[in-house]
Write a protein that binds this ligand. Structure first.
Ligand SMILES: Cc1cc2nc3c(=O)[nH]c(=O)nc-3n(C[C@H](O)[C@H](O)[C@H](O)COP(=O)(O)OP(=O)(O)OC[C@H]3O[C@@H](n4cnc5c(N)ncnc54)[C@H](O)[C@@H]3O)c2cc1C
Length: 481
């Protein structure tokens, strides 16, 4: 299949696509539930704590939980600007991958010497997540399954072949699939083959956020929602963390602070040099009937993604919906973030069209939800780390599109850093060395747009990377979702 079949007209008219997208609720499926927890009271007045964590996503909650498990006497307070999980943590695809480096290929291209350690730490991290789910008897639905990359064009098979060889040369298993084998996993007429690689967890991310919240509180941690941190100032041996405004303002005198605000890169400007917010769009279908599901197969309930530079990721939910996201990642001038960027009809219509091109047997199925979320990305597509205020503050951000699992590791590293510990983790090059900074505006916007166009061209040109992408590859930098 030489052409990108997604650029051909699909089995559903553009008018029907518009109607289907319009009919979907503009809300995050995972957190649109009656049993979503009520927000906790915001921080008001003056307090003190041993450790304050800014940001109540996976990074912040894993930092709180691991800190309390390690040292039950430590007083830990989490300050969240909206309510826990408001950010990427409850809006994602729920692919919980052992990779700490946004995939093995990215890891080998940046930190080849550390990869054996990073691989082992990633496996231990995933085992730690399973252990936490089990030990706290969490309600989060999750299962183990293979991650499968589907090729929709022949040139992608070459890249998957390289990935299989790379995996084999490092002692890992990855099985190349011909068209028949790929279509036996999930039946799309667009597939020309695929690669079945390592095992991942598929989780319900919002439920995991809520379970982590309960676990943190059960160990004595305090969580304040609606407490946006506006500043962190040194005061002798303490750090003063200020949150909220006016009568809803509060402050905490803290020994140590971890900042885990990811794409928001708040407060202060130091994280923004390294982290870019990219909006990624997601659709959730209505539940599939038994016949609709059997028309695809997918009995292994694998985590699927196609293999272009611009790609979709998709999975089943517990109640047999399909989450379909990715492909059209958008950056807005000046690090634009907020609700006005989350309801981009054109992006949702684009991926809705791709959905029916991929699974024409599902024509007639509707979408129940549509949403978008900010991915914090760095020039090396993996988390960046830093410290300030003589090491009393540590920050972690920028897992790009693979932070559901890696955020537990990122939190662990931030705890090591803020506790002044030298560990195997803090010695990793990806922790010691920051990624190349992303230029400020107006260069930032121009650089992202040029790179995006080059990526689109590469996909349209059998994967051949033009001069700009080759130069960026040479320096090991880029933009990704
Ligand atoms: C649409 C989408 C799909 C994705 N799919 C996957 C996937 O399938 N697998 C995967 O591994 N990764 C995926 N990711 C990435 C993954 O979700 C993130 O890497 C991960 O959730 C990051 O967690 P975090 O806690 O660092 O950040 P976030 O969850 O973004 O949390 C940051 C929190 O900080 C809060 N905050 C911001 N400013 C302040 C302030 N001043 N004071 C207090 N709080 C503040 C925010 O409200 C937010 O709740 C996806 C992301 C998106 C957006």
């Amino acid at each position: 299949m030489a052409d990108d079949n997604r650029h051909r007209s699909g089995p559903v008219s553009t008018e029907q696509i518009s109607r289907l997208v319009e009919g979907a609720k503009p809300a995050v499926f995972w957190s649109d539930r009656d049993d979503a927890p009520d927000p906790t009271p915001s921080l008001v007045g003056k307090h003190s704590a041993d450790l304050v964590i800014v940001g109540g996503g996976f990074s912040g909650l894993w930092a709180a939980l691991q800190s309390l498990e390690e040292n039950p006497n430590r007083s830990v307070v989490v300050l969240e600007a909206e309510s826990v999980g408001f950010g990427a943590s409850s809006r994602n695809g729920g692919f919980c991958d052992p990779s700490l480096t946004h995939g093995a290929a990215n890891g080998y291209s940046h930190w080849a010497n550390d990869m054996p350690t990073l691989h082992r730490l990633g496996e231990e991290n995933l085992a730690g997540i399973v252990d936490t789910l089990t030990r706290y008897r969490m309600k989060t639905p999750w299962w183990k399954a293979a991650e499968v990359s589907a090729a929709t064009q022949e040139w992608q098979m070459e890249e998957l072949g390289d990935a299989a060889e790379q995996a084999a040369s490092h002692g890992h298993t990855a099985t190349l699939l011909d068209q028949e084998a790929m279509r036996a996993i999930a039946d799309s007429p667009t597939y020309v083959g695929g690669l079945s690689s390592h095992e991942i967890l598929l989780v319900d991310p919002a439920r995991l956020v809520w379970d982590l919240k309960v676990a943190v509180e059960s160990l004595g941690g305090v969580i304040h929602d609606q407490s946006r941190v506006t500043g962190i100032e040194p005061d002798g041996s303490k750090l003063i963390v200020m949150a909220g405004t006016g009568s809803a303002a509060g402050m905490i005198s803290a020994d140590k602070v971890i900042v885990a605000t990811n794409a928001w890169a708040e407060p202060g400007k130091y994280i923004r040099h390294y982290v870019l917010p990219i909006y990624d769009h997601v659709l959730m279908t209505e539940p599939l009937s038994a016949e609709q599901l059997s028309s695809i197969g997918w009995s292994g309930r694998e985590g699927l993604a196609d293999s272009g530079n611009q790609f979709h990721y998709y999975r089943l939910t517990e109640d047999n919906r399909i989450l379909w996201g990715g492909y059209d990642a958008n950056y807005y001038f000046g690090n634009g973030m907020g609700p006005k960027y989350e309801n981009l009809t054109a992006s949702h219509e684009l991926i809705a069209g791709h959905f029916f091109q991929s699974f024409p047997q599902l024509v007639g199925l509707g979408f129940s939800h549509r949403w978008a979320g900010p991915i914090g990305t760095t020039s090396k597509f993996a988390a960046a780390f830093g410290t300030r205020h003589k090491g009393r503050l540590a920050w972690v951000a920028g897992y790009t599109g693979l932070g559901v699992g890696a955020s537990r590791f990122g939190a662990r590293v931030a705890l090591d850093l803020v506790d002044g510990k030298t560990t195997e983790r803090t010695e990793l090059e990806m922790v010691r060395k920051k990624p190349i900074p992303i230029p400020p505006e107006p260069l930032r916007y121009a650089a992202v747009q040029l790179t995006r166009r080059a990526i689109v061209r590469a996909d349209a040109n059998h994967g051949k990377r033009g001069l700009l992408l080759q130069i960026l590859d040479r320096f090991g930098v880029g933009f990704d979702s």
